[in-house]
Design a binder for this molecule. Structure first.
Ligand code: ZN
Length: 75
């Protein structure tokens, strides 16, 4: 009898666990499918290639894709 009671408790817990886990999983998926973050880009003054603003090399005339292009334009 005691084994049957333990079995029923485990069965009920498993039955309640699955919908809860799926709800958490679907909520996580919903958060991941939100609008992607946009990144500001700037065009290199020397070659015109667009790079992320945070990765651009900024010189006195503007932004560049690399230190080499900054030196070639500003030296
Ligand atoms: Zn460049």
């Amino acid at each position: 009898m005691r084994f049957l009671l333990v079995f029923l408790v485990v069965l009920v817990l498993a039955w309640r666990w699955r919908p809860w886990r799926e709800a958490v999983h679907s909520e996580a998926l919903r958060n991941n499918t939100a609008a992607p973050q946009t990144t500001d880009t700037v065009a290199c003054l020397q070659c015109g290639m667009h790079v992320a603003a945070q990765d651009a090399v900024v010189g006195s005339l503007g932004a560049y894709c690399s230190a080499t292009h900054r030196l070639s334009m500003e030296s």
